[in-house]
Design a protein around this ligand. Sequence first.
Ligand SMILES: [Zn+2]
Length: 281
Amino acid sequence: MSDLRLDPTQLDRYSRHIIMDEVGPEGQARLLEGRVLVVGAGGLGSPVIQYLAAAGVGTLDIADDDIVERSNLQRQIIHGDGDVGTPKAESAREYVAQLNPDIDVHTHESRVTAETVAELAAGCDVVVDATDNFATRYLLNDYCALEGIPLSHGAIYRFEGQVTTFENRSEGHGDEEHGPCYRCLFPEAPEPGTVPDCATTGVLGVLPGTVGCIQATETIKLLLGKGDSLEGRLVLYDAMGMSFEEVEIRQNPGCPLCGETPEIGSVGDIEYTGTCSLSAD
Ligand SMILES: [Zn+2]
């Protein structure tokens, strides 16, 4: 059915996908029909956006409220010197337009909040957390876990990265097959100011490239419905030692979001500042 919808230019552009049985014209059509929200068009978001656009993921929603700065260019490779001063979401849209005209890009130049997350993420097949702040990370985790939307998680620190996938596919709480969420690992965000950011500690420019490429790979596999995702596995990457370590992660019955007695019923229950936890009163 689907190959009829691929025009000759698309058959040419995606030919190295299409000749593989694991993708084929049906898989390529799935990618073209896919919709992904990428939150953050910085170090992690750059390779994610590049590879999803190149692969023909048909609709990309790109959310970033930042402006391109010269100090970003050492790692945020979709932005160029001429983009300094431009909103990152707009610069990302221009990048995608010159790479692949098949892709519909929706840009959102504001911060994702508890009020706007549904509008941005509803209807997406996968959400990619390519942010650098805990407030957005917990917000995306909570929304995606509650709504059953697969979420790719990536984070970087100096020479180290971590990456996993929360498929969020199971039905309801107490499900034996229920995969973990980010709050199963870390129920609350650290106190503000206790974890320094890239601007304070620095980051090896190529590091988010490696982590973001793994996130893009996971996203494409989820869209194709092929392969094994990182669900239940946290990959820790050490660029200096050039090692990848895999840690098993399990659903935590005491998780405030997806545990046996969940306390968080909607993103409206949480103020996404500080430790992103339910207030005591
Ligand atoms: Zn959980």
